[in-house]
Design a protein around this ligand. Structure first.
Ligand code: NZQ
Ligand code: ZN
Length: 385
């Protein structure tokens, strides 16, 4: 285990009807609010109406920024920054899933920067004095509700890039599992694949001896597998939705990654896929992860695959066959969720591989349990085709 700082300052308000505590939280942070949300889902399920009433009764002014798309765009970030500046707003309330939260974080980061916010995403400029953010979560997946990360797409450059800053961690996040009842089966499945992948990314690390973190991650993975099977049949099963929601936050808030260096190569490869075809992030991860596993399995990495097989999938043994069985189980789990398993199914063709690989290593080789260069990424994409 390597040295680490663990800092998870986001106040979590978890459970049914926790929205009633929004006025108290708002009173601590701001009176002039930018309300950020996506499309129509929060109007259809009634969350918008509840939040609108609370903001009307408890703020001096609130301005709406609707229309954040999945894979949020830098143009929407620019729009949000303009609204905050023009109206002298002091707080951002993000109501939605990862895309809405990530867009809000990029807005917060860019408000006090004179240049273009894309500079911050590309780490050419730093986040200084960001606007505070609060979250009402409607989608269990990204964990953005409890971390400082954000992933933004530049539609002109066809680039999707992650950036982060601990100042962007939300001040509070309201997690009401009933708010996720209206997610479709496909969206629920994408969220499950995303949270499971976050656990895999920090689990598959070359760093040894972080036993506490790995045992927690294994427990969370088993929990995801268990409740995934329930929630797809029973979308309004509170216990299943609650366990998945809390897992999504814990899977990427630094807990299982503390004292380790996560791999994250699969995420970097996935971002190149959804930057091109705009597909759901979780579906892209489900597609790539088992191929990445196949590619990085070697004499050096076998030990970690054996741990994964024994402790997550209850497969006994310690050889390559054990590892292969765990990879097969992972693919079958994603297939059970109804997610794609070949790039040709999702409109990505081999003539795009070179450019995708080039962009994925723009800051150098990716991955930790095995470092991947441009050629390695092309090989993984070929396997996935
Ligand atoms: O736009 P609306 O109408 O609200 O519909 C949304 C959207 O179409 C819908 N939705 C959300 N809550 C719903 C609902 N529909 C019915 N009922 C509800 N309760 O779901 C669709 C997808 O929403 P989105 O926010 O895009 O999903 P998700 O939470 O999976 O976020 C994905 C984005 O987060 C990034 C991804 O790359 C992607 O851009 N990530 C962010 C991370 C972070 N900040 O830490 C880490 C992740 O690895 C990930 O990369
Ligand atoms: Zn993810």
């Amino acid at each position: 285990m390597i040295n680490f700082n663990f800092y998870a300052p986001t106040k979590i308000l978890f459970g049914k009807d926790k929205i009633t505590e929004l006025p108290v939280e708002l009173s601590k942070w701001g009176k002039r609010v930018l309300l950020v949300y996506g499309g129509n889902s929060i109007k259809v399920n009634g969350i918008y109406q509840i939040v609108h009433k609370i903001l009307s009764d408890n703020t001096e002014l609130f301005i709406e920024l609707p229309g954040v798309q999945p894979n949020p765009r830098i143009s929407k970030v620019r729009e949000g920054i303009k609204l905050i500046r023009e109206n002298d707003l002091d707080f951002i309330l993000a109501v939605g899933g990862g895309s809405v939260i990530d867009c809000s974080k990029a807005i917060a980061a860019g408000v006090n920067y004179d240049g273009d916010p894309w500079d911050i995403v590309m780490y050419k400029a730093r986040t200084v004095n960001p606007t505070p953010i609060g979250v009402v979560l409607t989608f269990s997946a990204t964990g953005s509700e409890m971390n400082g990360g954000s992933v933004i797409t530049n539609e002109e450059l066809k680039m999707k890039r992650p950036f982060g800053d601990e100042q962007l961690k939300p001040k509070f996040s309201i997690l009401d599992p009933t708010y996720t009842y209206t997610l479709s089966k496909y969206q629920t499945a994408c969220g499950i694949a995303d949270m499971f992948s976050h656990l895999l990314e920090t689990y598959f690390s070359a760093v040894i001896g972080a036993s506490v973190q790995d045992r927690i991650a294994e427990g969370l993975m088993k929990n995801v597998i268990h409740y995934a099977k329930i929630v797809l049949d029973e979308p309004e099963n509170y216990i299943a939705r609650a366990n998945l929601m809390w897992t999504s936050s814990l899977a990427i808030n630094g807990l299982t990654g503390a004292g380790k260096i996560g791999d994250w190569a699969t995420h970097m490869i996935e971002h190149e896929i959804s930057a091109i075809n705009d597909m759901a992030h979780g579906a892209g991860l489900a597609l790539i992860f088992p191929y990445w596993m196949q590619y990085v399995l070697s004499d050096e990495t076998l030990w970690k695959f054996v741990e994964y097989a024994n402790n997550v999938w209850d497969i006994q043994g310690c050889d390559f066959d054990t590892a292969q069985q765990a990879i097969k189980q992972t693919r079958e789990f994603f297939n059970f969720l109804g997610l794609p398993s070949h790039l040709k199914e999702v409109g990505i063709s081999p003539d795009m591989f070179d450019e995708m690989a080039e962009k994925a290593v723009i800051f150098g080789p990716i991955g930790n349990i095995k470092k991947l260069e441009r050629e390695d990424i092309i090989n993984i994409l070929k396997l996935a085709y």
